[in-house]
Design a protein around this ligand. Structure first.
Ligand SMILES: [Zn+2]
Length: 284
């Protein structure tokens, strides 16, 4: 059955676009305070993430962490959990709705329901100059999920064990001393660090293009709560052509953890989980 446009189609399409959430009501991070705190950082730990693999790291609340490009252009897939409760984890979809498809300095990474609080605040991003390019591409997206062996099998018929989903699963399994199958369900949609992505103008399909990241670039976060993080160095490398295979050139990534001087955090408090009573309208 063919579909024909109604006579008022143009009028219907011309309705104004309205931002979904009244985001001006969002609790704002004190960027001036965090800016002063980040001027006095002392490195307390550092981990290297091998290409096509992932590593976990711990960040105490009130500390900063950086994800740093080192040897060449490389994309990273980031998972975050409450260090004390894996059921509270990064909520990519809500972060996208509250901020945008791509995040940068001043944006926050929000946690899953029923917690919904900022887990981390982005305090510096050396790629913030990129903005949105002529294709509509931007850096650090919260629209992609993570490359995974199930989708790869669906599309290619083969099995590949170094997709970000598997890398993150192995890293969490090692950290928890559990078999992969027992932790896999904790792995969640990622922040695509350094990845350059967007939607094609004509078909609105998810696209990727070569990451603009270069050695020395970093994105920096302030941990609002105690965090367990996991970072995968994606088998797509700079994600200019392909992923879910050993084809692309891949590089390691570095994660650095910093403490600041406690007196510089006077006035900051770690956010509490949402106070919604969770009755969902049911009584009795
Ligand atoms: Zn990946």
């Amino acid at each position: 059955m063919s579909i024909t446009e109604p006579a008022d189609a143009a009028e219907r399409r011309a309705k104004p676009a309205v931002i979904c959430y009244p985001v001006q009501a969002l609790p704002q991070p004190d960027m001036a305070l965090l800016g002063r705190a980040r001027e006095r950082l002392t490195k307390t730990d550092e981990v290297i993430v091998a290409p096509r693999d992932a590593t976990t790291f711990q960040v105490p609340k009130g500390h900063f962490f950086r994800i740093v490009g080192i040897d060449g252009p490389q994309v990273g897939d980031l998972n975050l959990w409450n260090a004390a409760d894996l059921s509270e984890r990064f909520f990519s979809g809500k972060t996208r709705q509250l901020h945008a498809t791509h995040v940068s300095t001043g944006d926050r990474l929000w946690s899953s329901l029923p917690f919904l609080r900022p887990m981390a605040t982005i305090t510096h991003d050396t790629l913030s100059w990129y903005g949105f390019d002529a294709d509509g591409g931007g850096v650090h997206d919260v629209i992609g999920t993570r490359c995974d062996p199930y989708t790869n099998r669906l599309l290619s018929g083969g099995d590949y064990h170094n997709c970000c989903h598997s890398n993150l699963t192995r890293a969490l399994a090692k950290a928890k001393g559990l078999p992969p199958a027992e932790v896999e369900h904790h792995v969640h949609d990622v922040l695509n660090v350094f990845m350059c992505t967007g939607f094609t103008r004509d078909t609105q399909q998810y696209f990727m293009k070569a990451s603009p990241v270069r050695p020395g670039d970093f994105i920096e976060f302030f941990a609002e709560i105690d965090l367990l993080g996991a970072l995968s160095a994606c088998p797509g490398g700079d994600c200019s052509a392909t992923h879910s295979s050993d084809t692309a050139t891949c590089y390691p990534l570095k994660v650095e953890i910093f403490r600041t001087e406690p007196e510089l955090l006077v006035g900051w408090t770690s956010p509490e989980p949402s106070a919604y009573p969770r009755t969902h309208g049911m009584t009795g």
